[in-house]
Structure formats: structure tokens, C-alpha cells
Design a protein around this ligand. Structure first.
Ligand code: PLP
Length: 432
């Protein structure tokens, strides 16, 4: 397959569907550009008018194995023929139990698993778990973080005030700490010193307003996703973890976007040599089937039967899709994410030399952000135009943060397909 845009966008069928949507769908949905999918294969998506796009967004970093992977289809079909759902909160069943065992083995043992349907649900479960276990009221999170939109998860989310506007009061006891963004450092720090500045700020908070012995957990994304695909400075996370340990504060790693192989390792925290007390996985775990998994250290499992549950969480077809996804990740996709991601990043860094308005190019594996503008002057206008032009030329991307374009293709992306993406992006940037 090759990207091919044959009609003006949106095409006639897409226009019709978009117009129907305007009449019945919630106005809270965003539509960054008028793409209306009909079918997918591998890393390509065809729209309802027969235009073909190279997909560098994967349904917001979800479709790990691309579209219609035969192994995933086979697993889904086989489980759907047996049963789809018998409520895992009430009854043990094999597909989901085996998945739990496999996930625990992947983090080296000593954890237990709770299944939900979405990243938000996973975060919500983690909030309840750490509060219940520690009996401590406060939670910490970073500015720029995105942890979901239910009222609990939204209380941690701090990537855009628009997400919170109109919904207060949120959960009390959530305190935000500036994220050590090396490209746009907070606290007046230099990029080199920003990690230390944030740690000092946190110690200052503990000394003045926030008793650390009343803090249950710090929720963090190892790489900020919705906040702009931003990596913390090298060595920051191990220092933060040591500081939290000194105060008996749990670390919850929100690996909803970074996990399931996207960065070239199963968990992004593995790159940092840091272990979390709780991991939340979702998005890429089941190749597009709704599933989240909260893995928590065995000793945190002091909550009682009935303390938490959900009707659909751990649904059997989603679990079968996750098993097939794990087979493929272990069978070479993580390695592919690392290799093709490095190729893509190198190509983009070359591109940065030709387009000085690209202020920063960063990422790990197939989680890559291009930041438009300088640290002082973000250029969301250029980012939005680049996204639109890329779409018109057959490349699907998504925005993230104040001024970044995120590239999160399926992990089955080949080097040739990555090169094709670079070509389209180059054309899109030239046309700005
Ligand atoms: C890091 C992170 N956490 C949580 C969520 C919420 O997940 P969901 O949209 O599946 O509820 C997201 C979604 O983008 C995310 O990126």
C-alpha cells in the first residue's frame, strides 16, 4: 500500500458523515482534521472516499500491531467464538487469568493485577488503591501531566486548563509540581539544572506546606504524552524515586501511553532503571481492544473483596487480543520500535537543520515529538498547519502539548514506511 489522496479533503462521503455527526454527537469531541476511516491494513488507513493514509498516530498511540494483524484477528475470533464476557470481577476465566500471570512475569513477579477498560479507569483504580492502602490523603502529579478525565483522574491531569474548566471542585489533596521540561524549563532553571531545581522545589514543598508523611503517591508519566512528548532529563527519575522512598511515598507510573513496547522496552521506566510500586497500562496493550491493567506490588493489596470492581474490565476478547499483542511484542516488535524509532528520530534531526522553526526533536522508540518554535516562543500555529498539510499529503499525525506534533505510529512500521513518512513530512514543512 502507498499513501494516495485522490479527492479534495474531506471527500464527499466523509463530508456526509461529518455533517451527520454534527447533528447527534457530543460537542465535546474534537476533530483535529476531517478524517473518516473505513478500513485499515498494517500501517495504512483508507478513508470512506478511498484515500489512503500512512498512519503516524495509531488511534492515539493504541494500535501497536497495526490494523488487521492476522495473529490478533485469529486470537480475537477464537475467543469471541467461545465467549466474550462473563464479568471477570466476579468469575475467574482463563484468557484474562493467563494475561495477568504473564503481565506479572513481565515486571519480574511480586505484583498483582486489576483490570479495567481504559487508561482513565486504571488511574482511578490506582488512586483508590494508594489512598486505601496508605490511609494518606495527598497525591502528587506534574504540571503538563495527562492522566485521564474522570473526576479523580482529571484532578491529576494538568496539561491544559481547558480540560478542567467548568468541572471544579475536583478531588481535594492533589498537589502539582513543575515538570522538569528540558526544552522549556520551569522555575527559572537552565536546561542542565532543571532536574535539580524541581527536586529542590519538592523538598521545599515538603518542608513548608505539604507534610510528606501525608502523601500517598506521586503519579507520573515516564515521558509526558498529551503534555507534548517530553522526556525528563537523564537521571532525574532515579533521583525522584529515591526522594519519594525516603518519605515512604509510593510511585505510580502511568505507562498508559509509554507502555506496551512503544519506547522499545515493555515499560518506559525500564530505560531509567526505576521500579514503580504501581504501573498503569492501557492504550497499546490490546491492539485497539479496550483494556487496562493496574499492576501493584503485592504488599499494597490490602483492600478487601468488593473494594473495587467493574463489569467489563478484563473482558475475554480484549484479553485474547492482549495475549496476541504480547506475543508479537516479544517476537520482535519492541526491537522494531527501537530500531525504526532511532531511524525516524535521526531523519527528523536532519530535517530540523533545514527547518529552523523546529525548536526541538525528541523521543524514544516510536514515541517522537517535534516542537515548533523556540523555548520562549511556541508556534502552535505552525504545528497546526504542519498537521493539516501532512494530512492533505496522506500522513496522519496528532498534536500534543502547547506546540508539538506527535508521531506515534503502529510498532509494525518498517524502515521503508518510516522513510515515506519522512518524505511526506518534509513536503508538508516545505509548504509552510
Ligand atoms: C498517560 C495517559 N494516562 C491516561 C490516559 C487516559 O486514558 P484513556 O483515554 O484510555 O482513558 C491517557 C490518554 O491519553 C494517557 O495518555
Amino acid at each position: 500500500m502507498k499513501p494516495e489522496v485522490k479527492t479534495p479533503l474531506p471527500g464527499p462521503k466523509a463530508q456526509e458523515l461529518l455533517a451527520r455527526g454534527e447533528k447527534v454527537l457530543s460537542p465535546s469531541y474534537v476533530r483535529p482534521y476531517p478524517f473518516v476511516p473505513a478500513r485499515g491494513q498494517g500501517v495504512f488507513l483508507e478513508d470512506v472516499d478511498g484515500n489512503v493514509f500512512l498512519d503516524f498516530m495509531a488511534g492515539i498511540a493504541v494500535n501497536t500491531t497495526g490494523y488487521a494483524h492476522p495473529k490478533v484477528l485469529e486470537a480475537v475470533k477464537a475467543q469471541a467464538e467461545r465467549f466474550a464476557h462473563v464479568c471477570f470481577s466476579d468469575f475467574t476465566h482463563e484468557p484474562t487469568l493467563s494475561l495477568a500471570e504473564r503481565l506479572v512475569a513481565k515486571v519480574g513477579g511480586g505484583y498483582r493485577v486489576f483490570f479495567g477498560n481504559s487508561g482513565t479507569e486504571g488511574i482511578e483504580a490506582a488512586i483508590k488503591l494508594v489512598r486505601h492502602h496508605t490511609g494518606r490523603p495527598y497525591l502528587l502529579a506534574f504540571t503538563g501531566a495527562f492522566h485521564g478525565r474522570s473526576l479523580g483522574a482529571l484532578s491529576l491531569t494538568a496539561s491544559k486548563s481547558a480540560y478542567r474548566k467548568g468541572f471544579a471542585p475536583l478531588l481535594p489533596g492533589v498537589v502539582h509540581v513543575p515538570f522538569p521540561n528540558p526544552f522549556r524549563p520551569p522555575l527559572g532553571a537552565s536546561p542542565e539544572e532543571v532536574g535539580e531545581a524541581v527536586l529542590t522545589h519538592l523538598e521545599h514543598l515538603f518542608a513548608t506546606v505539604l507534610p510528606p508523611e501525608e502523601v500517598a503517591a506521586f503519579f507520573l508519566e515516564p515521558i509526558q504524552g498529551e503534555g507534548g512528548y517530553v522526556l525528563p532529563p537523564a537521571g532525574f527519575l532515579p533521583k525522584l524515586k529515591a526522594l519519594l522512598e525516603r518519605h515512604g511515598i509510593l510511585l505510580v507510573a502511568d505507562e498508559v501511553q509509554t507502555g506496551a513496547g512503544r519506547t522499545g522496552r515493555f515499560l518506559a521506566l525500564e530505560h531509567e532503571g526505576v521500579e514503580a510500586d504501581v504501573y498503569v497500562l492501557a492504550k497499546g496493550l490490546a491492539s485497539g481492544y479496550p483494556l487496562s491493567a493496574v499492576l501493584f506490588r503485592e504488599e499494597l493489596g490490602s483492600w478487601h473483596p468488593g473494594a473495587h470492581g467493574t463489569t467489563f474490565g478484563g473482558q475475554a476478547v480484549a484479553a485474547a487480543a492482549a495475549q496476541a499483542t504480547l506475543d508479537l511484542l516479544e517476537g520482535g516488535l519492541m526491537e522494531n520500535a527501537k530500531e525504526v524509532g532511532a531511524f525516524l528520530l535521526a531523519g527528523l534531526r536532519e530535517m530540523q537543520k533545514r527547518f529552523p522553526f523546529l525548536g526541538d526533536v525528541r523521543g524514544r522508540g516510536l514515541m517522537i515529538g517535534l516542537d515548533f518554535g523556540s523555548p520562549e516562543e511556541p508556534r502552535p500555529d505552525l504545528r497546526d498547519q504542519a498537521q493539516k498539510r501532512a494530512f492533505e499529503k496522506g500522513l496522519l499525525t496528532l498534536a500534543a502539548g502547547p506546540s508539538a506534533l506527535r508521531l506515534a505510529p503502529p510498532l509494525v512500521l518498517s524502515r521503508e514506511e518510516a522513510a515515506l513518512g519522512l518524505e511526506i513530512l518534509e513536503e508538508a514543512l516545505k509548504s509552510l
